[in-house]
Design a protein around this ligand. Structure first.
Ligand SMILES: [Zn+2]
Length: 245
């Protein structure tokens, strides 16, 4: 039973028994893990408040042969969550992305790109306000790292390249765009001209505040896609929509 040292982002914690805490954290080298931190609840000294959601830490843990749960030995703060508490919106955005990672990854599934993206989101959130477009941009990036990116480049039914064609039809069942021929036989939703190409070239910084219609549709299309394909409902999502609406 060797001591493992890694970088981690704390996803969530809950008290366990008299004095312990159960901690879920996403590591750079081993993906998501659940661990027990002995004495973390009773004696704050032991972990010096490092095991708090959204903190980035250097963690040390022991793997147990008999259990999927690890034993957290030590955690040193790398980047604190300080700055997120200034308003509800920042906390909601942080909760949304940590829940996204928690729900859409399996235990011990390494994903360094996803780790880097979550790390960057939590760091930027401390100093800037995210627009809905920023949220959509990072959500698409995470879906791509998870291998769930919707296909917005060709027809998901016949495979025709849609590069020079109007992209108006989206099938959530098939997970992407349809050509004008296939949309006659495959269930889909139709979106306004220019909307799908814009989703493809999302860049948080280039879209003006006035693009509320785009943001509403973008939120809808991803919400529909994620809930259909990944069969998860994110608790933090409703609150996020309320504070960004
Ligand atoms: Zn087609």
């Amino acid at each position: 039973m060797a001591l493992v040292k890694d970088y981690a982002i704390i996803l969530s914690t809950r008290p366990f028994g008299e004095s312990d805490k159960i901690v879920r954290f996403f590591t750079m080298s081993a993906g998501k893990l659940t661990g027990i931190a002995k004495g973390a609840k009773k004696s704050q000294k032991r972990f010096m408040n490092t095991l708090e959601p959204f903190n980035q830490v250097r963690i040390e843990y022991f793997e147990k042969a008999t259990s999927t749960m690890v034993r957290v030995e030590n955690a040193d703060l790398e980047e604190s969550n300080g700055g997120l508490e200034v308003n509800l919106k920042r906390i909601c955005v942080a909760s949304f992305f940590t829940e996204f990672v928690d729900k859409l990854t399996k235990e011990k599934q390494k994903n360094e790109h996803l780790f880097d993206t979550l790390k960057m989101i939590l760091k930027s959130l401390k100093t800037i306000e995210f627009t809905v477009t920023d949220i959509l941009y990072y959500e698409l990036q995470m879906l791509e790292h998870l291998g769930y990116m919707p296909n917005l480049a060709s027809c998901v039914h016949c495979g025709k390249d849609l590069a020079d064609m109007e992209k108006l039809y989206f099938s959530r069942e098939r997970g992407g765009t349809l050509c004008s021929g296939c949309c006659r036989s495959v269930p889909h939703r139709q979106y306004p001209q220019g909307f799908i190409p814009r989703m493809l070239t999302l860049d948080g910084r280039s879209i003006a505040e006035s693009a509320k219609g785009f943001e509403r549709l973008g939120t809808e299309i991803l919400e529909d896609f994620v809930s259909f394909h990944l069969a998860v409902e994110l608790k933090s999502y409703r609150l996020l929509k309320r504070v960004t609406g």
